[in-house]
Design a binder for this molecule. Structure first.
Ligand code: 5GP
Length: 184
């Protein structure tokens, strides 16, 4: 789905599909350099990170890349972070000695990620780093070291490229700001 297909529901297109792909290619080159000679376990956070994971993983030019998934509770149908993190689906992979790269769509309060990182580190990993496509200003308030950030975005509710509002708009190719009339 293109922005034109949901024009009335967006106040603005923040990032085009091409901008996203160029950024993921850039990040992938950095990851290849940083992890040279090591295998990586990409851990995608369902469901928002599905698109980032798919494009980032395919951009990485190495067979030493595995993928696994976790689902944790997040916003539900609203637009406010609950601050409560629950594991809805855990990993299938043993993390002992693994270099884990958490792949996230967006960091808002940072609560989800700081909790997730500590959780994975407690499982005997060799390293845990974070890659997030988007970061909002509030993330600065929480101590969470994110190694790879795609774009710093304003404090607005965004949808598309995996990010939903009430499970919709995930299939939008671009990322846009959701018009308030949609959720009020
Ligand atoms: P945090 O714990 O950092 O506040 O929240 C992270 C999660 O909240 C993200 O993985 C995402 O699911 C959701 N989230 C935060 N901001 C937005 C946003 O602007 N749009 C959408 N669709 N989800 C968001």
């Amino acid at each position: 789905m293109e922005p034109a297909d949901v024009r009335d529901d967006l106040t603005e297109v923040l990032l085009t599909e091409q901008q996203i792909h160029e950024k993921l290619a850039e990040i992938s080159r950095r990851i290849e350099t940083d992890y040279a000679g090591r295998s990586i376990l990409l851990v995608g956070v369902l469901r928002g990170a599905v698109m980032v994971m798919a494009d980032l993983a395919r951009e990485l030019k190495s067979p030493e890349v595995e993928m696994d998934w976790m689902a944790v509770s997040s916003y539900g149908a609203g637009t406010q972070s609950s601050g409560v993190v629950r594991i809805l689906k855990d990993l299938d992979t043993d993390l002992t000695g693994r270099h884990v790269l958490i792949v996230e769509d967006i960091i808002d309060s940072g609560l989800t990620l700081s909790w997730l990182r500590a959780n994975l580190e407690s499982r005997g990993t060799a390293s845990v780093e974070i890659c997030a496509l988007l970061r909002k200003p509030d993330a600065a308030k929480v101590e969470v070291d994110v190694r790879y950030v795609g774009f710093e975005i304003p404090n607005a509710f965004v949808v598309g490229y995996g990010l939903d509002y009430a499970e919709k708009y995930r299939n939008l190719r671009a990322i846009g700001i959701l018009a308030p009339h949609v959720y009020t």
